[in-house]
Design a protein around this ligand. Structure first.
Ligand code: ATP
Length: 365
């Protein structure tokens, strides 16, 4: 069993900078956990503490129930794959994959078998005799993965392993990593700043900001029920549109009234439970969020916007439009006659809105 437990894990670097602030996280055995967040949020530091490459300032790290704080990296039985996977250029693919096992004095036939199995899983069986320089970027990345797989680690740690690949190869390798995770039945912890990778690969996603965890949940939960404004804005591309306004109620209907009335006013239905939670915000400011696919173009009341640019992405079109000085985005199906300079009216789809407290930035409903 290789569950990983982080308990109040903290990292303060030598210069006094607190990169990881007392985080708690339980990663289940065989889970594919993705750590995601903007540059500098501390995700690589967390991974490096799990690997033993970075000293833990305070808190506890358990792997498979054992306290690992002071265990040497070599004795943790984990494998790490980095963005810059340096292969030995003078060795063949086979020798590159065998190198670590030879150092461990693993039996020759056992090495052969493990390399054969890994090469088969990674579809590089015909490349084993080649030198790395004859391989494509994707094939080299697979060799780096193979080198990790043959060690049969109980945990795989990966730090942005796909970021050097071109877009097409990244998509292909993403699918291969998902398949590999299913096949190997091992715990994966994967660091990325790319939210598409996080959404497509993780069984759960841990969103970090400034050394703190903002939410841990399945991709669907993170997308549909973000806990706070940061997660709502970070996950999703193009990002969620936000709209500040005063919450007002007329009869049983709730409305959001844009600042100074200039954004217009739109109503949304609210269920009973939600209404109770919303009432304290009446006549006060709240933040309403709506994803681009949940914005509609209307002829009626809504947000008046001037189209800045339209982007054709095959079957869909993204319209980026100024609502005053802020850019709002709408996803619609192609084709459209809308073009830059046009004035349009936008409305968030009322049953797909998110509401946030402007002070705590937490989700209200
Ligand atoms: P990126 O996506 O850019 O790699 P990250 O989320 O992985 O970012 P970390 O590499 O974990 O971020 O770094 C977290 C913070 O700690 C950053 O602000 C970084 O500048 C700082 N940091 C990292 N290493 C050190 C160090 N050796 N000494 C001082 N500060 C450091």
């Amino acid at each position: 069993m290789a569950e990983i437990k982080l308990k109040d894990l903290t990292k303060v670097y030598g210069n006094g900078f607190k990169a990881v602030k007392s985080i708690n996280l339980d990663i289940k055995d065989q889970e594919f956990m993705v750590l995601v967040g903007p540059s500098g949020c501390g995700k690589s530091t967390v991974l490096r503490m799990i690997a033993g490459l970075e000293e833990i300032t305070s808190g506890e790290l358990y792997i498979g129930g054992e306290l690992m704080n002071d265990v040497d990296p070599r004795d943790r039985n984990i494998a790490m794959v980095f963005q810059n996977y340096a292969l030995y250029p003078h060795m063949s693919v086979y020798e590159n994959m065998a190198f670590g096992l030879k150092l461990q004095k693993v039996d020759k036939n056992e090495i052969k078998q493990r390399i054969h199995d890994a090469a088969k899983a990674l579809d590089i069986e015909t490349q084993l005799e080649k030198k790395p320089k004859l391989l494509s970027g994707g094939q080299r990345q697979r060799v780096a993965l193979g080198r990790a797989i043959v060690r049969k680690p109980r945990v795989f740690l990966m730090d942005e392993p796909l970021s050097n690949l071109d877009a097409k190869l990244r998509v292909q390798m993403r699918a291969e990593l998902i398949r590999l995770h299913d096949e190997l039945k091992t715990t994966f912890v994967y660091v990325t700043h790319d939210q598409t990778e996080a959404m497509t690969m993780g069984t759960r996603i841990c969103v970090l900001k400034d050394g703190e965890i903002k939410q841990v949940a399945s991709p669907a939960q993170i997308y549909n029920k973000p806990d706070n404004l940061f997660v709502a804005g970070f996950i999703g591309s193009p990002q969620m549109n936000f709209y500040r306004g005063n919450l007002i109620k007329e009869g049983d209907t709730y409305f959001l009234l844009g600042e100074n009335g200039v954004h217009g006013k739109f109503k949304f239905p609210v269920e009973k439970v939600a209404a109770q939670m919303l009432n304290p915000y009446l006549d006060k400011q709240i933040i309403l969020g709506a994803r681009p696919e949940h914005m509609i173009l209307t002829q009626g009341e809504g947000l008046r916007a001037e189209v800045m640019v339209t982007e054709l992405l095959g079957s869909e079109i993204h319209i980026h439009a100024y609502v005053q000085n802020e850019i709002h985005t709408v996803k619609i199906e192609a084709p459209t006659s809308i073009k830059a300079g046009d004035i349009i009216t936008l409305l968030p789809e009322s049953n797909h809105i998110h509401l946030f407290d402007p002070d705590s930035e937490l989700s209200i409903v």
